[in-house]
Write a protein that binds this ligand. Structure first.
Ligand code: FAD
Length: 510
């Protein structure tokens, strides 16, 4: 039986390992940490409380992976949120994102009748583009040379014909410019603009941010496009369900087993790995599901120079900071939404300009004085996270730069103050709190520079360019060494797609 070693037990490494074991390979997965999942993990930071310490919502994982690995049978349960979002504005108004089109129409019409009319076509356009592009996410991207003819072909065979102008806008515009094509109300544009900047080192007025928006509306929950759900038990249950699927197929998972070196034979082919404890594991193939930078470090100078240079010079800059809280009461917002509206993501970033200023302040090594705030309270739908009377809250924020990480406590208090201004008494309801700066995300989860995507997701780092032109097919310049984490096509997010794709490449070639 062919032996494969997978480095990294993030959700992509687990998907890769599970597919390889299912295909009959003798597969061993090595994870540095004692907790599985990488950035898709549930952790008991405080005794008796489960929290999704980094990622907190699932949408981008294709049904194909969930179905083939039987993740539902292995414990994955997605909790749909309706309304999925609640945006708060300084004048005391709010916009609730209902799943029901008629209710959503009424909400948007509070701010603009024209926007309420335009929204269904906007949503349908993005969903259609997502559907047309999604199959390309589960195979190697086309080469740069073949792209013009493929693009022409997909237009001519009409898959994208009706959406060709929207697609061109998405590829070239800023999120803000793109949204201006569709809508007039600042309230609607500001909430949609958050998708254009999530986990990216960009503001919504910066070119390239429209593509980030498309990336974030591509997934589905319960067959509904663009819908993000909680995972019962926290995001670690995505990873744990994949691990259980893999183990059923014979995958061996070794925790607390950091790999120090990828070992090559005298023909410069990968032949195994050496762990930090000195032990050696031979393999017919090695798949690295840690970042491309981590892979180069594990090769200790043996990587092709041009490849390594490109990897090391790809930007990992980001301004993500995650605040996790335990509350003893639900927030009472002054705008007084019904209690079930607290199940969705509570957005505080009232204008597109607010988001841009937040980024501009952080761009040169500072932090936002008024950050983008996205608060979720998963305990409103999931009673497994905290004992009765306590609620887990996760606040995803931007932008705290790497350089400003040492001022993270002041940043956390500023975020709490902003929420408290909207919900007096919020600060007093906090019984536990932590903030993870980009530096913490690197130290705790192994994310280089705290980058959630294992490298930027600008157009120059996507498709045939990811991670390095000429190596977008999950191979590397080292024979028998493959890449299967978020640094590979189609990039970051809890999708499982890079892991799936790398496994298919191994199955075809090893
Ligand atoms: C704060 C935050 C919030 C986010 N929110 C969301 C969200 O809500 N929804 C969403 O879809 N995405 C979200 N993301 C992005 C998403 O979580 C990541 O893109 C994704 O989880 C990365 O998965 P991965 O398996 O590719 O890599 P990782 O999760 O980084 O896993 C890599 C694994 O490799 C291990 N490793 C590294 N080096 C070694 C070594 N030498 N030996 C052994 N093991 C090693 C690491 O410990 C880690 O477990 C968020 C990210 C962050 C940081």
């Amino acid at each position: 039986m062919r032996k494969v070693v997978v480095i990294g037990g993030g959700h992509n490494g687990l998907v890769c390992g599970a597919y390889l074991a299912r295909a009959g390979y003798d597969t061993t997965l090595l994870e540095r940490d004692k907790i599985l999942g990488g950035a898709a993990r549930t952790e008991e930071v405080w005794e008796g409380i489960k929290t999704s310490r980094a990622s907190y919502l699932l949408s981008l994982m294709p049904e194909k992976i969930k179905r083939e690995l039987e993740l539902e049978r292995h414990g994955l349960e997605i909790l749909e949120r309706n309304p999925s979002g609640l945006s708060l504005f300084p004048d005391g108004s709010y916009l609730a994102f209902h799943g029901d089109p008629a209710e959503l129409r009424t909400e948007i019409a509070k701010f603009s009748e024209a926007d309420a009319d335009a929204y269904p076509a906007y949503e349908a356009n993005l969903a259609a583009i997502g559907r047309a592009i999604e199959p390309a996410m589960l195979r190697p991207p086309p080469s740069l040379e073949s792209m013009p003819s493929l693009a022409w072909d997909s237009v001519v065979n009409r898959k994208l014909w009706d959406h060709r102008f929207t697609l061109t806008d998405l590829m070239g515009m800023s999120g803000s410019e793109f949204l201006d094509q569709w809508f007039e109300s600042e309230q609607l544009k500001s909430v949609l603009a958050t998708d254009a900047v999530i986990c990216a080192w960009l503001g919504p007025q910066d070119p390239g941010s429209a593509y980030v928006l498309l990336h974030h509306v591509m997934g589905e929950t319960g067959g509904k496009a663009g819908v993000w759900g909680y995972v019962r038990g926290g995001m670690g249950e995505v990873s744990n369900s994949i691990a259980r699927a893999g183990e059923e197929h014979g995958l061996t998972i070794l925790r607390e087993s950091p790999v120090a070196q990828i070992v090559l034979d005298d023909r410069k082919r990968a032949k195994g790995v050496r762990l930090e404890n000195g032990s050696y594991l031979p393999a017919d193939a090695v798949v690295c599901c840690a970042s491309p930078r981590a892979m180069c470090r594990m090769l200790d100078g043996e990587m092709d120079e041009a490849y390594e240079k490109r990897v090391m010079r790809t930007s990992y800059k980001n301004g993500n900071a995650k605040i996790n809280l335990v509350l003893n009461a639900l927030p009472q917002f002054t705008c007084d939404p019904p209690e079930d509206f607290l199940r969705g993501t509570i957005h505080i970033s009232p204008t597109v300009e607010y988001l841009q200023v937040a980024f501009d302040e952080a761009r040169h090594g500072d932090m936002s004085s008024s950050p983008m705030i996205e608060m979720t309270i998963p305990s409103t739908l999931d009673d497994t996270l905290a004992p009765n009377g306590l609620w887990v809250a996760n606040i995803f924020t931007q932008y705290l730069s790497w350089e400003a990480s040492d001022r993270k406590d002041a940043y956390r208090e500023r975020v709490i103050d902003i929420i408290d201004e909207n919900a007096p008494g919020f600060r007093d309801s906090i019984v536990q709190k932590e903030i993870l700066s980009p530096q913490d995300l690197q130290n705790i989860m192994g994310l280089d520079e705290g980058n959630a995507f294992h490298g930027g997701m600008g157009l120059a780092s996507l498709g045939p360019m990811r991670p390095v032109p000429g190596y977008a097919d999950f191979t590397t310049p080292i024979d028998r060494l493959f890449l299967g984490g978020s640094g590979a096509h189609p990039g970051g997010g809890v999708t499982g797609m890079p892991g799936h794709n790398a496994a298919q490449k191994v199955i075809q070639t090893v």
